[in-house]
Design a protein around this ligand. Structure first.
Ligand SMILES: Cc1cc2nc3c(=O)[nH]c(=O)nc-3n(C[C@H](O)[C@H](O)[C@H](O)COP(=O)(O)OP(=O)(O)OC[C@H]3O[C@@H](n4cnc5c(N)ncnc54)[C@H](O)[C@@H]3O)c2cc1C
Length: 508
């Protein structure tokens, strides 16, 4: 049997950071087990290719259950598979969220997670190309860069938003989030930096770090109330990796709850119904799934131009306030302008049209991740329950209307043509609702399924330790008590940074 002090399950956004930080201490041994492969091909490195990576070797090809709020449609739920995990297939936008998000986590019973506590962890990871400041770090592993060749339409979008009174914001991670600007990205020299490339590659030579790819963990072995090992399939046989100190579950918001349930940790009634022996009853596992819905405006373009390899598709952004929601926040909707149009066509070198997407920043719909069966090779049942809370749909409708106004301004008219979707005839609330239920998707930010908190519905405590069990933590996007106001990669990396401090400080 193999063994290590720390056994990390999943080399994604969080797992690679954790492996790099923990193995920095030469006095401990770290084993990092990843279900996928190296994920370092040309298509992973080249930013424009990300929409083509979802159902290849680098992705699981998951999709949601039929969504009642989406007119009984299923939508793709891509998750990265391979070193870097979803940071190897994502759109590379670097957004931390609103400081109130983290204060909200703290106030939900999680001391140490307020904005003032987590800012240092964001900065520690970061190598901000614009230089250091009170809010930005340099010298960290993760490059955060300005785009090198933005489309003129992206610049026009910012001007048009300004003309509509939204203001310009040169830094969405600066003192305020509102306004329009260009996104910064986790790239350098026009190439993607997944967490594998940024954090793991520089650490891989370490003698105390073992990285096993094509190692699919089947379950966590729990003896009495302690996680002692994981069982994994290496493509040929089932093996065991023993954890002398801790098992650190970093399999992401879909697969971390799935692995807990496969290991007998979850809602006892549901586990028993599937024939899984209950090791520890914890009903919150797999609950509270939250994801950002995405609704699009698609138009023609006057002069299509070829997409450069360095484009991340979503070049310009905007954050706006809504008068429909009174939650103490300044911004309620985020936007993404994709000047080369629908993603797959653009990534294949056939840009058609232009597209912009709106997402409600803090959706109120909540869903679940559940097991389909006791077979660890079976795909999970992913039900984000999009649009089951009326507020989410209201914000999406407002978002499309805001985009229409921006697209109608003279500076944008010189780039874009007629509206294809939802379609100029779709105007009333009822028509908009019907159209968005038929066409909305998501921004692929599932979180919350192993929620951090002190309550009976929570899964981990503020030290990310699974309630009621020893030597087992969850460290990934699944622990977020509330979704962050923006994209979720940077906050996930922050979670891993903070967890690495906690794990190292623990007495073993
Ligand atoms: C298409 C897309 C675009 C996105 N764009 C952005 C963006 O532009 N900006 C942004 O901030 N966020 C973006 N996100 C979201 C962001 O990338 C994720 O929130 C983040 O990567 C989640 O990190 P994680 O560590 O929780 O999980 P992951 O990065 O998914 O890591 C989980 C890892 O665990 C492995 N694993 C799972 N099960 C097992 C098992 N049984 N055994 C062994 N290993 C296992 C997986 O293979 C994977 O490597 C995007 C997501 C997608 C899908």
């Amino acid at each position: 049997m193999d063994s290590a002090d720390y056994v990390i399950v999943g080399a994604g956004s969080a797992g690679c950071v954790l492996a790099a930080r923990l193995s920095g201490d030469a006095g401990c041994e770290v084993a990092l087990l990843e279900a996928g492969g190296q994920a370092q091909g040309e298509q992973v490195r080249q930013p424009s290719q990300w929409p083509l990576l979802w159902d290849r070797d680098e992705g699981y090809g998951y999709s949601t259950t039929l969504q009642p709020g989406y007119a009984s449609r299923s939508v793709p739920c891509p998750r990265g598979k391979g070193l870097g995990g979803t940071s190897a297939i994502n759109a590379m936008l670097y957004i931390r969220g609103d400081p109130r998000d983290f204060d909200g986590w703290r106030d939900a019973g999680n001391p140490g997670w307020g904005w003032d506590d987590v800012l240092a962890c964001f900065k520690r990871s970061q190598d901000q190309a614009r230089g250091a400041s009170a809010l930005h770090g340099i010298g960290g592993e993760l490059p955060v860069s300005d785009q090198i060749d933005p489309h003129p339409m992206s610049l026009a979008f910012i001007d048009a938003a300004q003309a509509q009174g939204h203001g310009v914001n040169p830094d969405f991670n600066g003192p305020r989030q509102g306004g329009a600007g260009l996104y910064q990205t986790t790239t350098r020299g026009g190439e993607r930096f997944s967490t594998a490339r940024a954090f793991l590659d520089p650490a891989r030579h370490r003698a105390n770090l073992q990285v096993l790819t094509r190692a699919r963990v089947l379950r966590i072995v729990i003896e009495k109330d302690r996680a002692v090992a994981v069982e994994f399939f290496d493509g040929t046989q089932v093996r065991c990796m023993r954890a002398r100190r801790e098992v650190l579950l970093c399999a992401g918001a879909i697969d971390s709850p799935r692995l807990l349930m496969l290991s007998g940790v979850g809602d006892a009634t549901e586990l028993q119904a599937l024939g899984i022996g209950v090791r520890h009853s914890l009903p919150g596992v797999g609950r509270n799934l939250c994801d950002h819905p995405g609704s699009g405006l698609v138009t023609g373009v006057n002069e299509p131009r070829p997409m450069p390899a360095s484009s991340v598709h979503a070049e310009a952004g905007l954050f706006t306030r809504s008068e429909q929601i009174d939650d103490g926040y300044d911004n309620h909707i985020q936007y993404f302008l994709m000047p080369y149009g629908p993603l797959t066509n653009a990534a294949r070198g056939r840009p058609v049209g232009a597209m912009a997407i709106a997402q409600a920043l803090r959706p109120r719909s909540r869903g679940t991740v559940r097991l389909r069966s006791a077979d660890p090779m079976d795909t999970p049942l992913i039900d984000p329950a999009y649009f089951t809370h009326a507020d989410d749909l209201k914000l999406q409708i407002e978002g499309i209307r805001t985009l229409r106004k921006i697209f109608a301004s003279p500076v944008m008219r010189s780039f874009v043509g007629a509206e294809f979707a939802p379609g100029a005839g779709v105007q009333s609330d009822a028509a908009m609702e019907a159209a968005l239920r038929l066409s909305s998707g998501c921004i692929w930010h599932p979180v919350g399924t192993c929620r951090m908190g002190p309550g009976p519905g929570d899964v981990v405590d503020a030290q990310l330790r699974v309630h009621g069990l020893q030597a087992l933590r969850v460290v990934d996007a699944s622990v977020m008590p509330q979704i962050t106001s923006g994209n979720t990669n940077a906050p996930t990396i922050m979670i891993a940074e903070k967890a690495s401090d906690m794990v190292r400080a623990a007495v073993h």
